[in-house]
Design a protein around this ligand. Structure first.
Ligand code: TMP
Length: 202
C-alpha cells in the first residue's frame, strides 16, 4: 500500500480549492478536512476568525488562533488518519498562515513557521497543490458572494499574499504542484488527480 500522504490545497479565495479538495479527497478515499475549522474546537476558532464584527482582532492574535486550530487539527484529525493508513486532503494548511499572516499581515515568516511547525508536531504537508488563478478573475468571482473578515481586505492585502505564495513555492519546489485554475472545473480536477497519483506512485 502507498504510504499515507498529507496533501494540502492552497490558493486565494475563490480559486476553487474547496471543490477540488472534495473531488480529490473522494477519489483517494481520503479524510477530507479544512483549516481553520476541521474540528469542533476549530469551528469555534473559525467563527471568531471569520466574524466581520471582530475588527479589533490583533494580527498576532489572529496568527495564534490559526496555529491553535492547526494543533487541534493535527492531534484530532490528521495524525490519527495517517496512523490508520488513510490519506488526508486538507483545504488550506500552514502555508496559508505563512502567506496571509506572514505576507498579507506583514508579520514575516520566521516566527510563524516555527510556531506552526510546533503546532503540527513537525508533520508538514507532503504535497501542496496550488490552484493558480489571476487576481482579476478572483475579484469577479468574489463579487458574487457574502464576504468574510479576510475577503473584505483591500487588493494590496491580496497582492501581498499572492506574492507570498509565489515566494513560498519557489523556495520549496519539490513540495508544491501548481495547477492552472482558469481551466474548466473538470479539467482542473483531472490535472490535479494525474499529478497527485503520479507523486503518490499510484
Ligand atoms: P477559506 O478560504 O478556506 O474559507 O479560509 C478562511 C480564511 O482564513 C481565508 O480568508 C484565509 C484565511 N486563513 C489565514 O489567514 N491563515 C491561515 O492559516 C488559514 C488556514 C486561513
Amino acid at each position: 500500500m502507498t504510504t499515507p500522504a498529507y496533501i494540502a490545497l492552497e490558493g486565494l479565495e475563490g480559486c476553487g480549492k474547496s471543490t477540488h479538495t472534495k473531488r480529490l479527497g473522494e477519489h483517494l478515499n481520503a479524510v477530507i478536512t479544512r483549516e481553520p475549522g476541521g474540528t469542533r474546537i476549530g469551528s469555534l476558532l473559525r467563527a471568531i476568525l471569520a466574524d466581520t464584527e471582530n475588527t479589533d482582532l490583533d494580527r498576532r492574535t489572529e496568527a495564534l488562533l490559526m496555529a491553535a486550530d492547526r494543533a487541534q487539527h493535527m492531534a484530532e484529525v490528521i495524525q490519527p488518519a495517517l496512523t490508520r493508513g488513510q490519506h488526508v486532503v486538507s483545504d488550506r494548511s500552514i502555508y496559508s498562515t505563512l502567506a496571509y499572516q506572514g505576507y498579507g499581515r506583514q508579520l514575516g515568516t520566521d516566527a510563524l513557521l516555527s510556531i506552526s511547525t510546533w503546532a503540527l508536531n513537525n508533520r508538514l504537508p507532503d504535497m501542496v497543490i496550488y490552484i493558480d488563478v489571476p487576481t482579476d478573475i478572483l475579484n469577479e468571482r468574489l463579487a458574487k458572494r457574502d464576504l468574510d473578515r479576510f475577503e473584505r481586505e483591500g487588493p494590496e492585502f491580496f497582492a501581498r499574499i499572492a506574492q507570498g505564495f509565489t515566494e513560498l513555492r519557489n523556495a520549496d519546489p519539490s513540495r508544491w504542484i501548481v495547477i492552472d485554475g482558469t481551466l474548466p472545473k473538470d479539467d482542473v480536477e483531472a490535472d490535479i488527480r494525474t499529478k497527485v497519483l503520479d507523486r503518490l506512485g499510484e
